[in-house]
Write a protein that binds this ligand. Sequence first.
Ligand SMILES: [Zn+2]
Length: 77
Amino acid sequence: MGENCKHILKQLHRFISIELDEHEQAMIERHLEHCPPCHARFSFERYLCRLISLRAQRDSAPPSLRAKIMMVLRTEV
Ligand SMILES: [Zn+2]
């Protein structure tokens, strides 16, 4: 994994919540287009972010969703 990838992965959370400036958002977007490993990581993080915000909205996740989260965590880690 290159230095560039490390930088991208470090910023991934902020990229997903669109907290970076326009230049950085565009740079990461470009990188993800050309870097399958980073893109896979990005898809996974974005998925988790959605689940977390969904859970926050509903206070607690339904059991089926919880099972899904556990499954994802087990396969990805
Ligand atoms: Zn990369």
